[in-house]
Design a protein around this ligand. Structure first.
Ligand code: ADP
Ligand code: MG
Length: 140
């Protein structure tokens, strides 16, 4: 398996509860290295564009409002099979269905305020990383 990179976002429900460090510790314990990271407030335009794939879903407007409701921490995680490994660490979208010990089982408030985002394929990881980071900001 090759070394990969994936985009992670610690969402506003988690930054509000001061969970950034605990979530980062879980990534590192799973063998994922945080090779880029910054805390920012998404603009509405940013959030709409980032989640454009969901623009026809009933939850889109609420999701955009949630993602701009407080700071997020955007980060690039690097490691063996990083996209799939991060999805395992995150757990299912709905915390009621997330396996015990996963980030969403431990920390999510509900299916929307579910604490973390992670890219779902290597192709989407590349475009999501480029959405937030210039090459010089990623130090492996
Ligand atoms: P994931 O984040 O697990 O890849 P999706 O890409 O399907 O999940 O959805 C993107 C985000 O939209 C979710 O993480 C969650 O914040 C929100 N979301 C997904 N499904 C719902 C839903 N049924 N109701 C409210 N919000 C949802
Ligand atoms: Mg997704």
């Amino acid at each position: 398996m090759a070394t990969e990179r994936t985009l992670s976002i610690i969402k506003p429900d988690a930054t509000r509860r001061n969970l950034t460090g605990r979530i980062n510790a879980c990534f590192e314990e799973a063998g994922l290295r945080i090779v880029a990271q910054k805390r920012l407030l998404l603009t509405e335009a940013n959030a709409r564009e980032f989640y454009a794939v969901h623009k026809d879903r009933p939850f889109y407007r609420d999701l955009v409002a949630f993602m701009i409701s407080g700071p997020v921490v955007v980060q690039v995680l690097e490691g063996e099979d990083a996209v799939a490994r991060n999805r395992e660490v995150m757990g299912a979208t709905d915390p009621r269905k997330a396996a015990p010990g996963t980030l969403r089982a431990q920390f999510a408030e509900n299916i929307e305020a579910n604490s973390v985002h992670g890219s779902d394929s290597p192709e989407n990881a590349a475009s999501e990383i480029a959405f937030f980071f210039a090459g010089y900001e990623i130090v492996g």
